[in-house]
Structure formats: C-alpha cells, structure tokens
Design a protein around this ligand. Structure first.
Ligand code: SAM
Ligand code: SF4
Length: 334
C-alpha cells in the first residue's frame, strides 16, 4: 500500500502505475498514414509543455514510484534540446529505465548521444523493407535513412533494440516473415501492432485494413517456430521467441486480446494532459496545475495521486465506428 515513505500510484482496480509515457512533441518529419492526416496543423508553442515543465512532472512521478519513463511523440528526436531533458531525467536515481520510441530518421546523428545520456533501450518503427512502400506509408520518410538509424543504434550499444511494425491488410501484411527475418539478422526484437482508431484518417478504412495478431502469428508459423515466452514485461505485448535465435516477437493486440487488466501506465500528452487510458478521454490538465502553482511540487503530486481515481477499467476501441477518440497518436504519445 501507498504510505508517506513509500508512495505509490494505485488505481480503483488495484493496478499499480509505475510507467509514464510522454509525448514531447506533436511534430514529426514523417506523416505515417495510420498516425496522421496528410495535412496536419501542429500546436502553437505556448500550448505545449516546456522541457522544464516536462522535467518537473517526471520528478513528481518518480517520487510517486514511477520506475520507467518512455519518451515518444510525434517524433521525439525533432524536439529541440531534447538531449538536455533526457540527460536530466536519466540522472533521477530512483528511475530504473529511460527508454525512447523513434522513427529512426535522426538516429544516425543522435544514437551515440542518446546512449551517453542514459537511454537504455530504443524502439524503432519500421513497417516495410520496400523503399517504395516505405515512402507510401510514411509519405515523407526515407527507408535508407531509417536502416542507417537502426545500424547506428546497434553500434551505440543499447541494451535492447526493438522494431515496431503496424500491419495493414493489403499494404504490408505479406511482409511479416521478411520483417522478422530482418530482426533475426540484426539480433533485435520486433513487435507487431494492430492499428488503433485514434484520430480521423481518410486515407483508408481501418475496419477494412485490420489485420489481426492471430493472422500475423499464423503467417509467421509458416516460416518460423514460435516458442511462447513466459517473461512478463508488464506491457501489452505477448512475446514469443523464434527458435534458435535471440529474437523475440511481440504482438500488441488492442482489438483481439484486451490487455487492460494488467495496465501499469499513464500518458502525458504534448499539451500536458495526463491521460489515464490510451482508448478513453479521462484526463487531468497538469499544465494548468503547474502554471497556476509554480514550484508547488507537493500539490502537483497530490493531483497525480487523485487522478488515479479516474483511470478507466478498459479501453473502448471499435473499428466499425468513427473514432470517438479524436486526438491523433502523435499528440498522445504512442
Ligand atoms: N515517431 C515515433 C515512431 O514512429 O516510433 C514515436 C511516436 S509513434 C506515434 C509511436 C508508435 O505508434 C509507432 O510505432 C507507430 O507505428 C505507432 N502508431 C502510430 N499511430 C498508430 C495507430 N493509429 N495505431 C497503432 N499504432 C500506431
Ligand atoms: Fe511520425 Fe511516428 Fe506518427 Fe509516423 S508514427 S507520423 S513517425 S509520429
């Protein structure tokens, strides 16, 4: 139980929250068609948290028992002076893990510095190994640059590197074996993600392009032997080892396998909204709290503790309906 000496964040369903994901920017050099609309309007600077405000919130969370922080976005590596923020977060002694999710395009220049400031692990998004398709899916991305980024991350020596691949039917579903083979060759992990209905995208109908984790697994079993991993990561992924390799394959299946009962995380949006669940709008405006009460970290911590009371039991994703969640993944912190 939480007490003054050992404060913890525990919600109404007895779930302990010890993991914070932060969107540090809504901006991105890519426009992935499942994540953003082609034309995006980004938020004005005054509306997004400053790096100092993000740090204050990180301090408060770690004092409340949070052990893992993931920095994401948008593309986190396009946020100016991000390394300074990471360096400060990386020095918080009670934090076990500072990790990052990136599209990889800036890793060739930044991987070594990220390792230096204590980033332990990186997730890199890669949905296809075909350069033309890569351009189609990301609209503005360059496959070669991302492959160089993956190589740079390997050279920098992170504890673990993982590929994240969002699989869409008739777009990249036929590449799942190739993507796993790529991960095996690079001695890294890979997770397949079912597309989530966040924000309105007109480019495709998400109910039509839905390709379930079960289908991906069946496809993979044609090429590899998958051995279930008993390892519990506390995350939404179900993991398998590929026999005879060090590569793990994860499945993030918000539609086909609900993972809410073990949820240990909350998110900080780029605007400073503490989001209690990815698939619901329950939130508390921490930006307002810190701007109205500068320097009052105890009050901030009290608000965070109280926020646990509104963490919903489960997400409400439904691919058949127009998204109820109008925010896009980039502001949310995917
Ligand atoms: N820009 C970075 C990247 O692409 O890795 C970090 C932010 S991105 C929003 C984080 C992850 O969310 C990526 O792996 C991306 O593929 C995934 N993602 C984005 N939109 C999604 C959606 N609608 N459904 C499922 N995953 C999504
Ligand atoms: Fe950018 Fe990542 Fe969204 Fe792609 S998934 S548009 S890289 S934020």
């Amino acid at each position: 139980m939480s007490n003054v000496f050992n404060p913890q964040l525990i919600d109404r369903f007895g779930r302990k929250v010890d993991y914070l994901r932060i969107s540090v920017t809504d901006r991105c050099d890519f426009r992935c068609l499942y994540c953003m609309a082609e034309e995006m309007t980004f938020l004005p600077r005054a509306q997004i948290l400053t790096l100092e405000e993000i740090y204050t919130i990180c301090e408060a969370f770690t004092e409340l028992g949070v052990k893992k922080i993931r920095v994401t976005g948008g593309e986190p590596l396009v946020r100016k002076s991000l390394l300074t923020l990471l360096e400060k977060i990386g020095r918080i002694s009670t934090l076990n893990e500072l990790v990052l999710t990136t599209n990889g395009s800036h890793l060739p220049q930044m991987a070594t510095d990220l390792k230096r400031v204590n980033v332990k692990r990186v997730n890199i998004s890669l949905d296809t190994l075909n350069a033309v398709k890569f351009k189609e899916i990301t609209r503005t991305g360059n496959l070669q640059q991302v492959l160089l980024g993956i190589e740079a991350a390997k050279q920098a020596g992170f504890e673990r590197i993982k590929i994240n691949a969002v699989i869409l039917k008739n777009r990249n579903h036929n590449e799942v074996c190739d993507l796993v083979q790529f991960a095996i060759d690079k001695v890294i992990d890979i997770s397949f993600i079912e597309e989530m209905p966040l924000g309105i995208v007109n480019e495709h109908d998400r109910a039509v392009t839905y390709y379930s984790s079960d289908l991906i697994k069946t496809d993979l079993e044609q090429c590899f032997s998958l051995i279930p991993s008993i390892e519990k990561t506390g995350g939404p992924s179900n993991y398998y080892y590929i026999e005879g390799t060090d590569t793990r394959v994860g499945f993030i299946s918000p539609h086909s396998a609900n993972f809410c009962s073990t949820c240990n995380r909350v998110r900080l949006t780029v605007e400073g909204r503490l989001l209690l669940c990815l698939g619901n709008e329950h939130s508390v405006d921490l930006k307002q709290v810190i701007r109205a009460n500068p320097g009052d970290k105890n009050y901030l911590k009290q608000v965070i503790i109280e926020a646990m009371k509104i963490k919903p039991e489960k997400h409400e994703f439904n691919l058949e309906e127009q998204p109820v969640i109008l925010r896009y993944m980039n502001t949310t912190g995917g």
